[in-house]
Design a protein around this ligand. Sequence first.
Ligand SMILES: Nc1ncnc2c1ncn2[C@@H]1O[C@H](COP(=O)(O)OP(=O)(O)OP(=O)(O)O)[C@@H](O)[C@H]1O
Ligand SMILES: [Mg+2]
Length: 401
Amino acid sequence: MRILLYSGKGGVGKTSVAAATGLRLAQLGYRTLVMSVDPAHSLGDSFDLSSQGDAALFHGSTGEPRAIRDKLWIQEVNIQREIKRHWKEISSYVTSALRTTGLNDVEAEEMAIFPGMEELSAMMYVNQYLREKTYDVVVLDCAPTAESLRFISLPTTLDWYMKHVFTLQRRVMKAVRPLLNTLGPIEAPPDSYFGNIQSLFQKIEGIDTVLEDPNVTSVRLVTNAERMVLRETQRAFVYFSLHGLCVDGIIVNRVLPDEVTDSFFDGRRAAQQQILGEIESYFAPVPVSKAPLFQNEVLGEAGLTRLAEQLYRDGADPAKITRTDKAYEFAAGSNGAFEVRVRMPFVQKGEIGLFKKNDELVVEIGTIRRHIGLPTTMSAMTPSKARMERDMLVVELRNTA
Ligand SMILES: Nc1ncnc2c1ncn2[C@@H]1O[C@H](COP(=O)(O)OP(=O)(O)OP(=O)(O)O)[C@@H](O)[C@H]1O
Ligand SMILES: [Mg+2]
């Protein structure tokens, strides 16, 4: 099974691109599921199900995958239902704890939906589909960047939690519960709470390996040719790489087409051209594809087909594995240093120039210059050394303080 994950800043066109991709995959004969991980679902709208009189049916539906055409299913994870299914024990504990703070029942229940629940539920499904081989491709339509980053970091966070906190906490709780219950007002979690966390963990176990396998999972970042959007795309690129995911495509959506000749748009066109150039050089060698701004919203099968034709020319296959190299990797080096490893296959040996600009590391080798966004944990560090290891540039960073 392939997993294609579409992420990007709010409103750039993720849902449209994910839906168009799903449509193309189904037409190519793949059993395809497009799954919305965004709690503000709009997948059904993108396929224009409402005009087919299907919206109520879909939105009020169970959140199960639903066939919308030959080989194509869509699923909008229904969080309320998921809570009933997986989280009951956990959320009822949290709800009762919140009630003691003076919140009413409805408020407490709303609050008990933790951030990340949608993502976690989505991952359980992905894992289940993987095991049961239900689909050939799962296309994930993610929430705006910040949330989808939570999605990918969740498995490691949970893993850590299970290893370091869980066992200890459970043991401690068993010992202190009788005491806590007499002290009130917040009750200690019942043991079933821990049982649930454990079974939940088992449901997502192994998903991190799958997400990090470039032969299974590819991340595609949707962006627009605008400065602020590009910044967020760069940050997302860094974080996905940091979590070991392979970004194998950048999609620039809403590029002004040549037909637009009105001088009103001249400035914007010039700015777009410049930013497009920056996008190509920043993300190289990750391929950049473009889709034009259409006259109308991208809606329904006709609109989505038009978008797919622009994105995947000459019948190109979105599921094809185009890259297995991660753009860069971060690792702990010796003596407290961090290493950033950047693949630079075509670089000639020569003088390596290194400097830092805000939270970017800039590396120059001959005429090639690469900007590497640093994760927050490393942004205060200073580059100390650089060397080439075959086609890999290794930069060492240290805390100077
Ligand atoms: N290339 C395009 N030309 C014209 N309209 C577009 C294009 N791409 C997307 N749209 C329209 O822009 C709107 C937002 O697109 P979409 O819902 O796909 O963005 P999104 O990134 O998923 O948003 P959100 O962050 O809210 O989930 C929709 O009305 C869609 O039809
Ligand atoms: Mg969307």
